[in-house]
Write a protein that binds this ligand. Structure first.
Ligand code: PRP
Ligand code: URA
Length: 208
């Protein structure tokens, strides 16, 4: 297992991932599963986040509970990362959202950044960078670099399927960034698609 990579092997996540891989899942089913898996993953990804005490008045008496200590920013990589957003927001409804538009050039497989919009105080928040696929690692690496330039100190990369090549590329430049995934697949094919993978996540999600 590569260092700083966490595989979420929960049986429910694995069951839904297997359904997601199935080529007969249409965009409605794909969308539903992607959000469900993202929600289940975020429960594990946030397990060790810091909390702080908060007084609360119950119907019977005053006590002290615990709440997340830091604000959260969710940053999907467009387009396919959007397919995980609702699932994460269901658990973290207070999170702000940033957006990073990155696609990979079909010929060179190099990432092309075309849009970015982040909350002004993103640097002071816990960031979850989400994208279902980590293939060559070009898009993920570019997204992490951009967030670091924006001052983000604490971030986690959450994907569904990672290729060994993508993990190596992202960690070659950003070894301290934890990568959470549901599976590490075998390899990339000659067109940079993950094998066995689940195909083109953006196309399957949006029906394009
Ligand atoms: C997919 C995916 C990642 C990227 C991974 O996006 O959502 O962002 O490919 O590949 P990489 O690790 O080799 O960079 P895509 O480029 O297809 O853009 P789209 O979601 O807008 O279709
Ligand atoms: N992007 C995808 O959507 N799927 C892959 O297998 C690789 C990159």
């Amino acid at each position: 297992m590569p260092p700083n990579v966490i595989i979420l092997s929960h049986p429910v996540i694995q069951t839904k991932l297997t359904e997601l891989r199935d080529y007969t899942a249409d965009h409605r089913k794909f969308r539903e599963l992607l959000n469900e898996i993202a929600g289940l993953m975020v429960y594990e990804v946030t397990r060790d986040w810091p909390v702080m005490p908060k007084p609360v008045q119950t119907p019977l008496e005053r006590t002290t509970g615990q709440v997340l200590a830091r604000q959260v920013t969710l940053v999907p990589v467009l387009r396919a990362g959007l397919g995980m957003s609702d699932g994460v927001l269901r658990l973290l409804p207070e999170a702000r959202m940033g957006h990073l538009g990155v696609y990979r050039d079909e010929q060179t497989l190099e990432p092309v950044s075309y849009y970015h919009k982040l909350p002004p105080d993103v640097a002071d928040t816990e960031v979850l960078l989400i994208d279902p696929m980590l293939a060559t690692g070009g898009s993920g690496t570019a997204a992490v670099s951009f967030l670091k330039q924006a001052g983000v100190a604490s971030m986690r990369f959450v994907c569904l399927v990672a290729a060994p090549e993508g993990i190596a590329a992202l960690h070659a430049q950003h070894p301290e960034i934890p990568i959470y995934c549901a599976a590490i697949d075998r390899q990339l094919n000659e067109k940079g698609y993950i094998l066995p993978g689940l195909g083109d996540a953006g196309d399957r999600l949006f029906g394009t």
